[in-house]
Write a protein that binds this ligand. Structure first.
Ligand code: AP5
Length: 184
């Protein structure tokens, strides 16, 4: 069983690696970005509220996200482990997660930070071309990451729960490093 949190800037490879590792460990990959994009595609109430923030590369308001994560972690398939990708993204979301996990009798094993230099991130995202992958929005996402999400590196490292991995390697090399952590 594994309960892991993936941290890292946009384009670090969180989604790619979380998906591979979730298959390997047979646990759900829970991506708040994917859940929000599906909500936008279906124009649900959540999607309509979230779309403008996502288009600008800003974080959507915490309240929209915390309810969604709460509901998802209560699903039966999440009882035996999970990988959280893109959540938490602020210190207040991290504190919420602590309370939520305590209330459902769970805890996480570790937080994995994928470390990748900015120039690689921008190149990867420009060549992917998702709706929020144009240059202005990418720069804003990186700015928002530094301001609001990067403080989580200290937050988790102060608790000795952070493992950093060099994400500037091939997909296979990063996956191998992750498997070593999970199997340790
Ligand atoms: P989200 O979907 O979480 O996007 P992100 O953090 O910007 O991350 P990306 O999906 O861009 O990158 P990634 O690290 O997953 O890398 P990937 O594997 O895709 O969030 C989108 C938006 O939703 C946010 O801006 C916000 O508005 C909202 N949101 C989501 N969660 C939220 C929250 N908790 N609170 C508030 N708002 C929230 O890889 C990127 C590319 O690189 C791919 O093309 C991939 O093929 C390639 N690649 C990956 N690894 C490698 C490698 N090792 N070598 C070469 N290429 C690689």
């Amino acid at each position: 069983m594994a309960r892991l949190i993936f941290l890292g800037p946009p384009g670090a490879g969180k989604g790619t690696q979380a998906s591979l590792l979730a298959q390997h460990c047979e646990i759900p990959h829970i991506s708040t970005g994917e859940i929000l994009r599906a909500a936008v595609a279906h124009q649900t109430e959540l999607g309509v509220k979230a779309q403008g923030y996502m288009d600008r590369g800003e974080l959507v308001p915490d309240q929209l996200i915390v309810d969604l994560v709460h509901e998802r972690l209560l699903q039966p398939d999440a009882a035996s482990g999970w990988i959280l990708d893109g959540f938490p993204r602020t210190v207040s979301q991290a504190k919420f997660l602590d309370e939520l996990l305590e209330s459902i009798g769970q805890s996480y094993d570790c937080v994995i930070n994928l470390d990748v230099p900015d120039e690689t991130l921008v190149k990867r995202l420009l060549s992917r071309g998702r709706a929020d992958d144009n240059e202005d929005v990418i720069l804003n996402r990186l700015h928002v990451y530094r301001e609001q999400t990067a403080p989580l590196i200290d937050f988790y490292s102060d608790r000795q729960q952070l493992r950093s991995i060099d994400g500037n390697q091939t997909v296979d090399q990063v996956t191998a490093a992750l498997k070593q952590i999970v199997q340790a």
